[in-house]
Design a protein around this ligand. Sequence first.
Ligand code: GLP
Length: 236
Amino acid sequence: MKIIEVRDQVEGGKIAYDLVRDKIAMGAKVLGLATGSSPIELYRQLVASDVDFSDLVSINLDEYVGLSADNDQSYRYFMEDKLFKAKPFKASYVPDGLAEDLDAAALAYDRLIAEHPIDVQILGIGRNGHIGFNEPGTPFTQTTHVVDLQASTIEANARFFEDEAEVPRQAISMGIASIMTAKTIILLAYGAEKADAIAGLISGPVTEELPASILQRHEDVVIIADSAALSQYKNN
Ligand code: GLP
C-alpha cells in the first residue's frame, strides 16, 4: 500500500489525475468511479485536460435506490454533471436504483464487471470505513447487492439533501469482492472526520467491521490523503 500525504484536495486531485492519465496511457480501458466530495477535484482536472475517454468504459460504485437519473441527488446525475457531460465515455454504467427487481440488477452488474474488468478503481471512504456503500459488517465475499444504509451514513450524506428525511434508506452497491477485483485502487480521503477510518484502513486489523481494511490485502493500492485524514494513523 502506498500512502501519499497531500496539502489539500487540489494537490490530491492532481496526483490522482497523473496516476489515472498514466494508466490510460499504458492501456487501461475500464475506470471504476466513485461519487462523494473526495473525487470532485480529480474529475475537475480530468474535465480540464485533453484526456479522451471515448474508447473507455466507466463503471460506478453505487446508486441510491429510488432516485432517477434526472434527480440531482442521484449518483448518475452527479457523474453526468461532474464528468460525463464534458468527457463522454464509450459506455458509462451506474447501478440502476429504479430497477423493479433490484437483486437481479445487482447480479447483472457483477456480470458487467466480469465482462469489463476494472483497471483503475477510484474510492472515497465513509467515516465508518465504508467503501462504496459497503457498511461495517458486510462480508468481504459480498458482490454487488442492495444495502440498508446505516444511520451514520444517512446523517453524513444529509448535507447534500434539503432534509435528512429525503435521504434514501437503501442503495445498490458494488460489493467488497467486486471492488477487490480492480487491478489498481486509488482511495482519496480528506479531513479529520476520516482520520479513524484511515488509521483502521492502513494499520488496523483486517476486519469486516471496517470494510476498507480489506484493502491491506490488495496488491496495488494508493491512498491519497491530507494530514487531517492521516492524523490518527500518524498518532498510532
Ligand atoms: C458515500 C459514497 C461513498 C463515498 C462516501 C464518502 O457514502 N457512497 O462512495 O466514499 O460517501 O463521501 P465524501 O467523499 O463526500 O466524504
